[in-house]
Design a protein around this ligand. Structure first.
Ligand code: HEC
Length: 238
């Protein structure tokens, strides 16, 4: 094989490996923890699969609404600007200003927590972490399962505990929503929320995969003329 073909093959392989590694990382490793059931037996909690689909703008828009109304009071998302939400999620800026800007009046601002995290640390015993990159830290499925795994526990200060994160300091903030909806409807709302959080963590995730596909396709197609040229160049050399 000529050096050109070798380096092209190397490039293709490298790109393919990078893409695979990227998705493996995004998928997040590990299960969703262990818990002790009513009989005192330790059980493993399987992660539920988060419905991630960046092409579903309705889902992302609903997720943004839930995030701003239920989460931004305590959690910041310091790498995300409101104006970017308007642009990428195709929401008219006036509507973002009216309904989604709960902690600022400047559309260019990042999402800050309404209440100072330091103050919250003294209330909850732990400061709520910034959520911009949360799904990349924990994985989409972990976050999705965590949000679906709150249960009543009178021994905890806020009356709720979590199967994924034992003794979580966070109250069950979606409690009222869960009460009002059927299990399927609740899962779908939380799915939209996690879809939005995955978008916050990597807005180009969908495009990256589409571009990656065409890059590999391009390299494969390029291989044909390069291979023929190579044969042509070397045919008289014995
Ligand atoms: C009343 C304040 C409050 C609200 C509202 C709130 N959280 Fe939290 N959250 C916390 C605190 C405090 C922690 C730290 C929990 C701990 O470490 O035990 C936390 C932790 C988390 C974690 C786990 C972080 C980690 O990796 O350990 C996730 C994920 C999370 N919150 C998501 C959300 C989402 C999504 C919403 C909106 C539906 C939300 N939170 C609303 C206070 C809040």
């Amino acid at each position: 094989m000529s050096t050109l073909i070798k380096s092209l093959a190397g490039l293709g392989l490298g790109a393919a490996l990078t893409l695979t590694a990227g998705s493996a990382l995004a998928a997040g490793g590990g299960g969703c923890g262990t818990f002790t059931n009513a009989d005192g037996v330790v059980e493993h909690l399987a992660c539920s699969t988060a419905p991630i689909d960046f092409t579903n703008k309705g889902s992302l828009q609903n997720g943004a609404k839930i995030f701003m109304n239920y989460c931004a009071g305590c959690h910041s998302a310091q790498y995300v600007r409101h104006s970017r939400i308007a642009k990428d999620l195709e929401i008219p800026p006036e509507l973002v200003e009216k309904y989604l800007m709960v902690t600022t009046d400047q559309i260019g601002d990042h999402i800050n927590a309404e209440i100072d995290p330091e103050v919250q640390a003294s209330w909850f015993g732990a400061a709520p972490p910034d959520l911009s990159l949360e799904t990349r830290l924990r994985g989409d499925d972990w976050v999705y399962t965590y949000l679906l795994s709150f249960y009543e526990d009178p021994s905890r200060p806020w009356g709720a505990n979590n199967l994924v994160l034992a003794n979580a300091a966070m109250p069950h903030v979606l409690h009222n929503m869960q009460e009002k909806l059927s299990a399927d409807e609740f899962e779908s709302e939380v799915g939209d929320l996690v879809n939005f959080m995955a978008w916050m963590a990597e807005p180009v995730r969908h495009d990256r995969k589409v571009i990656g596909f065409f890059v590999i396709l391009f390299l494969l197609v390029l291989l044909i003329p390069v291979y023929l040229l190579n044969k042509e160049f070397w045919k008289d050399v014995k």
